[in-house]
Design a protein around this ligand. Sequence first.
Ligand code: ADP
Ligand code: MG
Length: 224
Amino acid sequence: MLKVENISKSYTDTQKRVDVLKGVSLTISAGENLAVVGPSGAGKSTLLHIAGGLDRPNEGKVLLNGQDLYRLADAERSAVRNATVGFVFQFYHLLGDLTALENVMLPLIVKGNAGARTREIEEKALQRLNDVGLGARADHKPNQLSGGEQQRVAVARALINDPALLLCDEPTGNLDSASGSAVIDLLFSLNARDRRTVVIVTHDEALARRATRIVRIRDGVLEN
Ligand code: ADP
Ligand code: MG
């Protein structure tokens, strides 16, 4: 499903070069659930962004369903990403002026879906909210929702294009343990029930131990 081959990534600021990823390789099979665990600053977010086609590596390649992501033109890469990958971030990134339903609809509206009618998009989005247990909150704005509910809305949004792969960056990092646990249950059910491949990046060892497979990263190097 996803193959990361010998990825390196550095940033150069005014003073010096920072090597964030130093030759990272990782193969993830379809249907896996995987935790990438490591301390803050280890390069987890950078790896996730590169793996999902959001950030170009300096060296190495990323094969997503056999397609060499960074050899594609930007528009093609975006199209592959939108069709295949859903992202969940620590801080939800919901738009405050929009309802939960509108936030979930947004990826399809932004895409300028010429053919699909708003009504169809709305029904699809409502179905996704139902899938994450928030159908009854569809008309609520983010500030009327708890953190855990906001993250579940973000998961529903990530699911709108029915992605085979979910990449989650510290999805519980901003949540208390009960609502964090509910979000993790949800993500694992998307793996177990829907056979989606789920990758969860976290610095939380206890959370990581719930995944079927754990990969450790430290100072830009995978430990196993
Ligand atoms: P993690 O998610 O494991 O906490 P990150 O991938 O966010 O780690 O960052 C790894 C290192 O790369 C950190 O030292 C961070 O400061 C540095 N870094 C990340 N993004 C940038 C950037 N855009 N410019 C410069 N340095 C960056
Ligand atoms: Mg991070």
